[in-house]
Design a protein. Structure first.
Length: 450
């Protein structure tokens, strides 16, 4: 019997805004300071990289907000690409998100969270992978309940994560004496890149803004709320990230930040507030990452669900299952977490974070171009939201995205093309699924005819 359970529109503006801020502010601003500095070469250029990354993200958000307001359906980028470019590119964008981008970003967050927990609890590194997997299972279980609980968790963790951020900003601005601007690192790591790679690293910190679009079918009045949530959320994050970075460089010498790498925030917390205060601050960062993971785990299974509802995937019937009480896509959630578990087991958080951003930005470029195509196609039609300063805003988004993706290709050609090859595997999957569907329909028609 065909299942009639549907996703419910139960998310308002504050829930949507909390999901945007909550899915963006996670581990990136706390763990990417060293990586950005190593590639940028100086504190001034590192600060500029965070600002440029924020501007690219804001122009991207403003551009996608116009598309999302016109296409307020569950599936986000998957639906946008299909409506603009057709079924094949739409499928590939969805495939990319459920096979590479989504699992990789969840796995990288789990890896960063495990690193914090190991340091906080005084455990050995042997606990890194078990803690990463346990955190994904715990938050995944929460998201198998009604979506209002996941949204409530997003609001609580968003408020909680603002405490360590405020503490870092206040301490750095008022008690730091290093001078945030003008510091140059004397030792450059072998794996450091260029300014473009530095901007790419910041984009991991800014990433997550588009995920609210995946919940378009669950937002009340999406034409009005979706653009507001994206724009207001990104402006807030851009201001916060710039202030945090300035505070970090003002409190810790650049050479020390480069040396500390992923442990910069842990060191700053203990330096600023002592052992007890530092541990309390780290609890706030832990909650921050958990909230970010919650947003990712809440949204990516919706993409798989949207694809399965249209029979675009193998085992679509199972993947499209919704719990009749909680309306949660339970099977899709489990599959996404299984892929993420494999990634966190066999790779590291830093590599996964770069991999997922490079891959998704290749598709973002096509989506940004899509706003021009939609305007031409729907010339004269009323738009619920229009991108400000059009066409300058989408052009900045396109140029910025091209800059960071090309920089990453030159910095890591093997990894870049490997990720694109995984996406390309989606093509035979798409055609095989469609071929099987046609054969099944033919058999059913013959049975009915008999």
């Amino acid at each position: 019997m065909k299942q009639e359970v549907e996703l419910k529109r139960s998310l308002g503006l504050w829930s949507a805004l909390a999901l945007v801020v909550g899915t963006v502010i996670g581990s990136g601003i706390f763990f990417k300071q060293g990586a950005v500095l190593d590639s940028a070469g100086s504190s001034t250029m590192a600060l500029l990289a965070w600002v440029v990354g924020g501007i690219i993200t804001l122009t991207a958000g403003l551009t996608i907000a116009e598309i999302g307001a016109q296409l307020p359906y569950t599936g986000g980028l998957y639906i946008y690409m299909e409506k603009i470019y057709g079924r094949v590119l739409g499928f590939l964008s969805g495939w990319m998100q459920i096979i590479v981008y989504g699992p990789a970003i969840i796995a990288s967050l789990a890896g960063y969270l495990a690193l914090l927990l190991v340091n906080f609890l005084g455990l050995s590194n042997a606990w890194l992978i078990p803690l990463a997997i346990a955190s994904m299972v715990l938050i995944g279980g929460l998201n198998m309940l009604e979506n209002r609980l996941g949204a409530a968790f997003a609001i609580i963790t968003t408020l909680a994560k603002l405490l360590p951020i405020a503490a870092i900003i206040i301490f750095g601005l008022f008690y730091g004496h290093e001078g945030a601007v003008g510091q140059t690192i004397t030792h450059v790591h072998e794996n450091s890149g260029t300014f473009g790679v530095a901007v790419l690293a910041t984009l991991f910190g800014y990433d997550g803004w588009i995920l609210i679009a995946n919940l378009g079918g669950e937002i009340k009045h999406p034409q009005r709320i979706l653009p507001r949530a994206i724009v207001f959320g990104l402006v807030f994050v851009l201001i916060v990230y710039t202030a945090v970075t300035f505070g970090v460089f003002n409190a810790i010498p650049a050479n020390m930040v480069s040396k500390l790498g992923d442990n910069t925030t842990i060191y700053l917390a203990q330096k600023a507030f002592g052992t007890i205060g530092g541990r309390l601050l780290n609890i706030g960062v832990i909650i921050s990452i958990m909230g970010c993971m919650n947003g990712k785990i809440m949204t990516f299974p919706r993409i798989m669900y949207a694809m399965a509802k249209r029979n675009d995937l193998p085992f679509s019937k199972q993947l499209a299952y919704l719990n009749s009480k909680t309306h949660a896509p339970m099977v899709s959630t489990v599959v996404i977490l299984l892929i993420a578990t494999l990634m966190v087991t066999f790779s590291n958080a830093d590599y996964l974070s770069d991999l997922c951003i490079f891959t998704v930005y290749c598709f973002y470029i096509a989506a940004f171009i899509g706003v021009f195509l939609l305007r031409k196609r729907n010339k004269g039609a009323e738009r619920p939201f229009s991108t400000p300063l059009y066409p300058i805003t989408p052009i900045i988004a396109i140029v910025g995205a091209l800059f960071v993706t090309i920089s990453q290709i030159f910095n890591d050609p093997i990894g870049s093309f490997a990720s694109l090859a995984i996406v390309a595997v989606g093509l035979p999957v798409f055609y095989l699924v469609k071929k099987y569907a046609k054969q099944s329909n033919k058999v059913e028609d013959e049975i009915i005819a008999e």
